[in-house]
Design a protein around this ligand. Structure first.
Ligand SMILES: *[C@@H]1O[C@H](CO)[C@@H](O)[C@H](O)[C@H]1NC(C)=O
Ligand SMILES: *[C@@H]1O[C@H](CO)[C@@H](O)[C@H](O)[C@H]1NC(C)=O
Ligand SMILES: *[C@@H]1O[C@H](CO)[C@@H](O)[C@H](O)[C@H]1NC(C)=O
Ligand SMILES: *[C@@H]1O[C@H](CO)[C@@H](O)[C@H](O)[C@H]1NC(C)=O
Ligand SMILES: *[C@@H]1O[C@H](CO)[C@@H](O)[C@H](O)[C@H]1NC(C)=O
Ligand SMILES: *[C@@H]1O[C@H](CO)[C@@H](O)[C@H](O)[C@H]1NC(C)=O
Length: 539
């Protein structure tokens, strides 16, 4: 019996209500290797997946089972994680160091994910050891099931844009800078789908409409995206179908993804697709080409201008993102049928970022705690009841006001709770926060410190839900989040230097029922390491 059959039988036996027998399986075998890449024209050792940078795209449909067998052919331990892909009941597959043992060089691990009840545009990325600076990321699309209405006609084409800042130094050199206690230098440039300027072409037919899914996969900078001579109609943000507003340009913060429709309604020629860095004194740019198939003219003229340091502009744009209440989501019911604003919250958590020096080294912290990984993944320590790996309550619900300290921080949370989370940013740089395993309603953001009175300005009717949100300088952003997914979930800065230097923690969403209805059992192929070695998986 093949792996998939066996797995499916196991699931069918274990999960009485499971429909997985009917949900299709998609198989991926990924070989992760080093290889030469030239994103900014300088030869570098990148991390490739099946020889590709960016890696192969995952194309899936709601409820598909994805079997991704990852072979690590690097000389360093490696893991892949899935930004924004919810993995319901299944933090076992999250692929971050708090949930999975690293895949050792020469070894492999098969991730088994189900994209249950989810649609939208996401990406995967390598989660360990600053590997993200070397590539190994790729697009991840979840299409609606046939028969579930999508609030726009099928586009003539569907393009993925993975853009972000880039360093000519490789990931081991960048890691050495961070390990040495310094912050990263300014990036060397921006890239689009692995290339610097004008090396990538998207070909369209005049008169047709195309979907672009744009992610910021960079390490340290927000970007602005625009297409010369064309307007963009936003249709989806990280799984939410939005009101279809039209923009000339779009700010995309670290780790975020937007879907827009673009109609090729201009004279037939080539146009610049532009990304520029945001909130930086030196403005970086990269371009790709939008080519009409009947084009006779190369792209020309000045690059279309965009915002550079304007914060109010960006905040206003963020507030203009609204949910289309009557459109379907992953299921054929209107997105407005879940009245997120009428549910009483069960707890308020205020998370404040800081940049302390600890033992003379630059670190980054949240509520004064700068996360350090334990010798054993937290999820495994929890499962095998290994004492002393982490303690619950090692990060407080409110800023403590103290300086920074190192700790393996885990916050406890009750399954079925409904929390208000406030990200408070006292620094003068933009932050971007991501919560694994959950999507949350962005109810408000504004300048200054948050207070209870800030709640009067919340959008409790039609905001979007997403998994990555920005917090402007000296500002706050508030969320409502249903704790509907049992597991050990990473909460992190999407600024990769900050994430690497401790601006993250784990949220342990716990159900006392200990039932397979709430959380899948440990996978029989789970890798063991640290103090989990020698324990046995009862399959
Ligand atoms: C991965 O690629 C490397 C380099 O091409 C090759 O030596 C190795 O056999 C491949 N491994 C697998 C599992 O395909
Ligand atoms: C990174 O670059 C340094 C030289 O700057 C080199 O010694 C090192 O081997 C490189 N590492 C990788 C993984 O390419
Ligand atoms: C490694 O790959 C083999 C198939 O080549 C598979 O049978 C095995 O389960 C994989 N190992 C893990 C830990 O997933
Ligand atoms: C909202 O979705 C509905 C249902 O699909 C669609 O008919 C309508 O055009 C959308 N409205 C806007 C403003 O996007
Ligand atoms: C784009 O960046 C290049 C350097 O990479 C620079 O020469 C050029 O002036 C920039 N263009 C704009 C419009 O900022
Ligand atoms: C929320 O709390 C208020 C006041 O405590 C109460 O009156 C109301 O019924 C609650 N609403 C829901 C939906 O539980």
């Amino acid at each position: 019996m093949g792996y998939s059959m066996r797995l499916c039988c196991v699931l069918v036996v274990l999960l009485v209500a499971c429909a997985c027998g009917e949900d299709p399986y998609r198989f991926f075998t990924w070989n992760v290797t080093y290889g030469d890449i030239y994103p900014l024209g300088v030869k570098q050792q990148g991390i490739l997946i099946n020889g590709q940078f960016p890696g192969p795209q995952i194309e899936s449909v709601t409820n598909d089972n994805l079997i991704v067998n990852v072979f690590n052919s690097l000389d360093e331990p490696f893991l892949i994680s899935w930004n924004g892909v919810l993995q319901r009941r299944n933090s076992w597959q999250d692929g971050v160091y708090g949930t999975n043992c690293p895949i050792q060089p020469g070894q492999n691990f098969t991730f088994v994910l189900q994209v249950k009840d989810q649609i939208g545009s996401y990406f995967y990325y390598p989660s360990l050891a600053f590997h993200k600076a070397a590539g190994a990321y790729g697009g991840f699309k979840i299409a609606s099931r046939p028969g579930i209405p999508v609030p726009f006609p099928p586009p003539a084409g569907d393009f993925t844009i993975l853009a972000g800042d880039w360093y000519n130094r490789n990931h081991t050199d960048l890691r050495a800078i961070l390990d040495g206690g310094s912050d990263l230098p300014f990036p060397d440039g921006l890239i689009i789908n692995g290339h610097g300027s004008n090396a990538y072409t998207f070909t369209v037919d005049q008169g047709k409409t195309y979907r672009f899914r744009i992610s910021n996969v960079g390490l340290t900078t927000s970007i602005n995206f625009r297409i010369q001579g064309h307007k963009m109609t936003i249709v989806e943000v990280e799984g939410t179908h939005t009101l279809q507003n039209t923009y000339d340009s779009l700010d995309i913060h670290l780790g975020q993804t937007y879907s827009v429709l673009v109609t090729a309604d201009q004279p037939p020629q080539d146009y610049f697709i532009v990304v520029t860095s945001r909130f930086t004194s030196q403005v970086l740019n990269a371009t790709s080409i939008l080519r009409y198939s009947n084009s006779g003219t190369r792209a020309f003229g000045p690059l279309p201008g965009g915002p550079t340091i304007q914060i109010d502009w960006s905040m206003n744009q963020a507030r203009s993102l609204r949910r289309n209440l009557t459109a379907s989501g992953p299921r054929p019911n209107p997105q407005g049928s879940y009245h997120y604003g009428l549910i009483n919250t069960t707890r308020t958590i205020v998370l404040q970022n800081s940049a302390p020096l600890i033992n003379g080294k630059q670190r980054y912290a949240v509520n004064s705690v700068s996360f350090i990984p334990a010798d054993t993944p937290l999820k495994l320590a929890d499962y095998f009841k290994i004492q002393g790996v982490f303690s619950l309550g090692s990060i407080s619900d409110y800023p403590s006001g103290g300086g920074g300290y190192l700790q393996t921080s885990v916050m406890e949370a009750d399954f079925r709770g409904y929390v208000e989370v406030v990200f408070q940013n006292p620094e003068d740089t933009v932050q971007s926060w991501h919560i694994d395993g959950h999507s949350f309603f962005v109810v408000g953001m504004d300048g200054g410190p948050w207070s209870a009175a800030s709640r009067l300005g919340y959008n409790l009717r039609d905001t979007i839900s997403r998994s990555t949100v920005q917090v402007y300088p000296r500002s706050w952003t508030a969320l409502y989040m249903p704790l509907d997914n049992v597991g050990m979930w990473n909460v992190r800065s999407e600024n990769w230097a900050r994430q690497y230097l401790g601006q993250q923690f784990y949220l342990r969403v716990y159900s006392p029922a200990n039932s397979w209805r709430d959380e899948y059992p440990i996978p029989s192929n789970a890798l063991l390491c640290g103090r989990a070695l020698g324990h046995h998986i009862r399959a």
